[in-house]
Design a protein around this ligand. Structure first.
Ligand SMILES: Nc1nc2c(c(=O)[nH]1)N[C@H]1C(S)=C(S)[C@@H](COP(=O)(O)OP(=O)(O)OC[C@H]3O[C@@H](n4cnc5c(N)ncnc54)[C@H](O)[C@@H]3O)O[C@H]1N2
Ligand code: MOO
Length: 590
């Protein structure tokens, strides 16, 4: 696919801004230089050496081992329009032929010295991300030659990916770590995406769920640890469904003088044949009642105290018979049902004061990275921690009680102490999963004697994600630091672990016809944010590994198998916990 022309790109203010905001080597420019007075810095542990090495990186040099962004990677321009929060005035670029970032945009970096960035590559790829619309448009990308803009000599996507993978393991990683053989094995140890999810679900099942009896008021968000069995008939007596008249036998009826039967009153005497008695909605219907006639369908003849029906009366009308909804002992809900507000209501109606619930698994979040700020604007290579504010609430939505979110910096000893001292059922780390000089997750897990259940997943973004079992049986999910890659890890590993840890069955896959073409990765599954468009998942832009702009407006992520998907192809969808398909017309219900 041809690149958008330079003139088309320069028409976009966002892209124009990016052109001046980027270093010649594609790294984000420093934002002004001054640290805002309010900026609060995460604990500083980084060595001056690593910072100096970063600062010294020449425009075309191989990045330091473990650096997240290589010069000229297609991911670099996501700092352009994607990070610009302002609405862009002026004419919008036409969205139709706009290419999505190439699959290998998620497999960065391109570490070989022969893969130098060409001037202008960042701007070219930046045009991909300048699409301001919420819904994506059909994306056709990765055609041979497209990658040439960023990849120098690389002509086709497959070749580029093969070369990047090989180079990463054979050259880049081996430079970072002495165990280059292990790095070489990396590709083979990656779990296919569906297998990784199964392993994660199985890991959650390996611990017997703890149960607790909770008052209804405290049970919201838990999962039933036993079936909800009706403790009474519902309704528990024959009930009037309307305000009106209880009548016995054929009319007209003599109006009884006893007044009215109200909801909450005890049993009235049997109703004699030929009589009518005022009755309220929800009141017990007297024995021998034939029907209830709504007030507006009956007329009391003046002076005679006789009641006439203005419509035909059928026996049983407007009476809810005892046990209509359930009988005592009926199973209303199975074990494993999520306790929603509606479940609380049903449980109360069926006679429950407390529920036996699975204790929500406890999760602790450990945010790694010395480059992270907890407030203020990015400056001098420091960036805002996007994961600290996001992961805890996301885990809560996935069923965990988050006991803490702690910032660990790039300190291996601090990480070791935090991992081994945590009493959470699930420890979730962010960043540090790859092979850079300060990527401490693997070494710390080795030191802690953890067993790696999943070590890399064949998914983009997020392939360095991991799942480990600690010696005491607790689990750890290592999320990659790139924010959308972290989301991918949440949905691939943390979600299934928490689902089964909290006593629920693994989610049944839902498949829906995708609206647009989505380019596949040659070998790996892709997870792409989407929004529902009349029941069909429409892939969104801003889906690069470091971007959250797409997923922030998404209903879920589509699972694109290697090879891609065409419009109408059924693809698996994972709904975001707060944007379920249940609210969407045409969605599927599992
Ligand atoms: N030699 C290799 N390098 C990399 C590989 C690889 O396979 N071999 N994979 C790349 C991919 S893909 C990803 S994703 C990242 C994952 O790296 P880490 O998990 O080690 O994460 P970091 O290096 O710590 O950070 C990556 C990136 O994300 C930014 N980050 C980290 N934490 C946060 C946060 N809390 N909020 C916002 N942004 C965050 C960080 O600054 C980096 O830019 O590794 C590639 N490298
Ligand atoms: O680029 Mo990575 O795939 O973000 O995980």
């Amino acid at each position: 696919m041809p690149q958008p022309s330079a003139s088309a790109r320069s028409a976009s203010p966002a892209v124009a801004r990016e052109a001046v905001a980027a270093d010649p080597d594609g790294r984000p420019a420093r934002a002004g230089g001054d640290t805002p007075a309010t900026a609060e810095r995460a604990p500083e542990h980084r060595t001056p050496t690593s910072r100096a090495a970063e600062a010294a990186m020449p425009p075309t040099a191989t990045p330091p081992t473990g650096a997240a962004d290589a010069p000229g990677t297609p991911d670099a321009p996501d700092a352009s329009g994607a990070s610009d929060p302002e609405p862009q005035p002026g004419p919008r670029p036409q969205p139709a032929p706009r290419p999505e970032p190439q699959p290998h945009a998620e497999s960065e970096p391109h570490p070989g010295p022969h893969l130098h960035r060409r001037p202008g590559a960042a701007e070219a790829a930046g045009a991909d991300d300048g699409e301001p619309d919420r819904l994506g448009t059909p994306d056709r990308l990765g055609t041979p030659g497209r990658s040439g803009g960023d990849d120098g000599e690389i002509d086709g996507v497959d070749e580029a990916l093969a070369l990047v993978s090989g180079a990463r393991q054979g050259t880049h990683r081996s430079a970072a770590r002495p165990d280059s053989a292990g790095a070489e094995r990396g590709r083979h140890r990656a779990h296919p995406w569906p297998a990784a999810r199964s392993v994660a679900a199985g890991a959650g099942r390996s611990r017997a769920p703890r149960t607790v009896r909770l008052p209804l008021a405290e049970a919201l968000g838990t999962v039933l640890a036993e079936p909800l069995t009706a403790l009474c008939d519902l309704p528990s007596f024959d009930t009037s469904a309307m305000d009106g008249w209880a009548v016995a036998g054929p009319g007209p009826w003599r109006i009884a003088s006893e007044g009215s039967i109200l909801a909450g009153h005890g049993g009235a005497a049997p109703l004699p044949d030929g009589t009518a008695l005022r009755i309220a909605t929800g009141a017990r219907v007297p024995l021998e009642t034939t029907a209830v006639i709504r007030s507006e369908h009956a007329r009391a003849a003046e002076g005679t105290r006789l009641l006439h029906a203005e419509r035909p009366v059928t026996p049983g009308q407007d009476i809810r018979p005892r046990g209509q909804e359930c009988r005592t002992g009926d199973r209303l809900l199975p074990t494993g049902t999520a306790v929603t507000p509606a479940v609380l209501g049903l449980a109360a109606a069926a006679g429950y004061d407390t529920l036996l619930a699975v204790v929500r698994p406890r999760a602790e979040v450990l945010v790694l990275g010395d480059e992270l700020l907890t407030s203020g604007l990015p400056h001098e290579g420091l960036i805002r921690d996007a994961l600290g504010p996001m992961i805890g609430p996301w885990l809560h939505a996935l069923g965990a009680d988050v006991v803490a979110t702690r910032r660990i910096g790039d300190d291996a000893d601090a990480l070791y102490r935090a991992v081994t001292a945590s009493d959470a059922d699930l420890v979730v780390t962010t960043g540090g999963t790859a092979a850079g000089p300060v990527d401490h997750v693997h070494p710390v897990l080795r030191r802690a004697g953890a067993e790696l259940l999943v070590d890399q997943v064949a998914v983009r973004p997020g392939h360095p994600m991991l799942l480990a079992r600690l010696p005491d049986g607790r689990h750890l999910v290592g999320l990659p630091g790139n924010p959308l890659a972290a989301v991918s890890g949440l949905l691939t590993l943390a979600g299934p672990v928490l689902r089964t840890l909290s006593g629920r069955e693994p989610e049944r896959p839902c498949r829906l016809p995708v609206r647009d073409t989505v380019q596949g990765h040659p070998h790996d599954t892709r997870l792409v944010p989407f929004a529902y468009d009349r029941g069909r998942p429409a892939p969104l832009h801003y889906n690069g590994p470091a971007m959250l702009r797409g997923v922030a407006v998404a209903d879920g992520l589509v699972v694109i198998p290697p090879g891609g998907a065409e419009p109408g192809d059924d693809v698996e969808v994972i709904d975001l916990p707060w944007a379920g398909r249940a609210s969407v017309e045409g969605g599927c219900f599992t």
